[in-house]
Ligand binder design. Structure first.
Ligand SMILES: Cc1ncc(COP(=O)(O)O)c(C=O)c1O
Length: 482
């Protein structure tokens, strides 16, 4: 929730009390330099003890509630027929209005099951934007992911409220070209992770459904950030300002044929699930669940997490929970904008995104500007963000680098974890870095996995050791202990 102060400014106000805390530590700059070198300039490979603010992801890093933790104590570990699963089914029925539930260990496991059941060689899978694991699974099954976003989606300086909308003209043309029988399904990601956590509107979802339903193509929603997408619909879509998050989610689900999600985000647990009312879709996926995940009533999740998910699904419909990270992101993005730092607008869900193309405009895309910026931000602040640019794209079949549509540094805002002083600290260090941005150089790989290279790949400064020079400049200004 945001609250207006008497001076007219707005701040995100925490509608919770902090009763358990975890210590963090600001490693000095020389230690950060060593840590990023050892990590091959890849923030994924840093250890927690070297990190002050962990803004890599909001995935599985949210603060859980007292009710979730209490529910975990009551879990039923029965291999089959667990009562914990029955509670999850009930929550899904109450909130999503879906009868059939398939639990999985996380979101990508759901994607694997969907790919196994529905994606065939030569198929296309149209979507508003891809997510890394989604694309990997659908590609591996022989499908082709088509991203049919509107032109506004890639504009980093926009006021468009729904940059996650599907372009209906492009969708219709793609289906006509491939033939409806060669379309696995259409996927709408709520909210589009890789292009700034941007939502789609209910109107757009309805239009997509109207287009595909007569062609016998089913509509899948990736609901990993469903409560945030619903929160943006409530804030931005005319007619929804007084509709509850619960009713908006229910309406989205009544339009979709199937929803899968990573429970690590909106639900604030570690797990995933697929849910639907379509018996045919459920039955096509169900046989694969025990093969890849686990028995039907746990599917690779611990029963504790299933209990917490049953609670998290209900809690995410509370407007104060649904908006907890979105409001903080808006505050953080506004602080950065005031400092002249290029951020993606409008601010979306999951993270504040820096536009590396503008931040380090002297670096060509072939030198991974977003990856370089991620390393530089860590070096000068101890803040770990995540590269969402060309490092996050794998090479094509000929081994060529595939330039990403956007070069972003994602500074994720896990729900209820950080405070205003953290955002103010981040804004200050980012301002310093922006003033010294010409010290940031490019990167090149020296170890490169063939799939999802961003997770485990290692890089080094291209040419001169700009990392050491940047750290030295930082120490000369702030001293050796900052
Ligand atoms: C939109 C979206 N879909 C799928 C996934 C994959 O989920 P998981 O990390 O739980 O495997 C993620 C993870 O960040 C995501 O953001």
């Amino acid at each position: 929730m945001s609250i207006r102060l008497s001076n007219g400014s707005e701040i995100p106000i925490e509608m919770h009390k902090v009763r358990i805390v975890q210590r963090t530590r600001l490693a000095p700059a020389h230690e950060r330099l060593r840590a990023i070198e050892e990590a091959g300039y890849n923030t994924f490979l840093l250890r927690s003890r070297s990190i002050f603010l962990d803004m890599l992801t909001d995935s599985g890093t949210n603060a859980m509630t007292d009710n979730q933790l209490a529910a975990m104590m009551q879990s039923d570990d029965a291999y089959a027929g667990s009562e914990s699963f029955a509670k999850l089914e009930q929550s899904v029925a109450d909130i999503f209005g879906y009868q059939y539930v398939l639990p999985a260990h996380q979101g990508r496991a759901c994607e694997h099951l969907l790919a196994k059941a529905f994606v065939k060689p030569g198929h296309i899978v149209p979507m508003n934007y891809h997510f890394t694991t989604t694309k990997a699974h659908f590609d591996l099954a022989g499908g082709k992911v088509l991203e049919l976003y509107t032109p506004e989606a890639l504009n980093t300086r926009s006021s468009c409220p729904f940059k996650g909308n599907m372009d209906l003209g492009r969708l219709s043309a793609a289906i006509e070209k491939a033939g409806p029988e060669n379309v696995s399904f259409v996927r709408m990601e709520a909210t589009t992770n890789l292009i700034g956590g941007q939502p789609f509107s209910i109107e757009n979802l309805r239009q997509v459904k109207a287009l595909v339903e007569p062609l016998n193509i089913f509509l899948v929603v990736d609901g990993s950030l469903i409560s945030e997408n619903a929160y943006f619909i409530r804030q931005r879509e005319p007619g929804y300002e007084n509709v509850s998050i619960r009713d908006i989610i229910r309406e989205m689900m009544s339009i979709a044929d199937l929803c899968y999600l990573s429970g690590r985000k909106s639900c604030s647990v570690r797990g995933g699930m697929i849910a639907t009312n379509r018996k045919d879709l459920f039955e096509a996926i169900r046989p694969w669940l025990p093969v890849y995940e686990g028995f039907f009533t746990y599917g690779g999740m611990s029963s504790k997490e299933i209990e917490a998910m049953a609670v998290g699904i209900r809690e995410m419909t509370d407007v104060e929970v649904a908006g907890s990270s979105a409001d903080a992101i808006r505050y953080f993005a506004c602080l950065l904008e005031k400092e002249g730092i290029p951020v993606v607008t409008p601010p979306g869900g999951l993270a504040c995104h820096l536009d590396a193309t503008r931040f380090v405009d002297h670096l060509p895309q072939s030198e991974y500007p977003a990856g370089a910026l991620a390393a530089a931000v860590y070096l000068t602040s101890g803040i770990r963000g995540m590269e969402r640019g060309s490092v996050s794209m794998d090479r094509d079949e000929e081994g060529n680098d595939v330039p990403a549509d956007m070069e972003l540094l994602r500074l994720a805002v896990p729900r209820r974890v950080y405070t205003m002083s953290h955002y103010q600290y981040a804004a200050d260090r980012l301002r310093w870095l922006y003033d010294h941005r010409k010290l940031i150089g490019g990167l090149e790989f020296y170890e490169e996995p063939p799939v999802l290279r961003f997770f485990g790949g290692k890089m080094k400064p291209k040419g001169a050791d700009w990392g050491a020079a940047l750290a030295a400049e930082f120490v000369s200004q702030f001293g050796p202990h900052c």
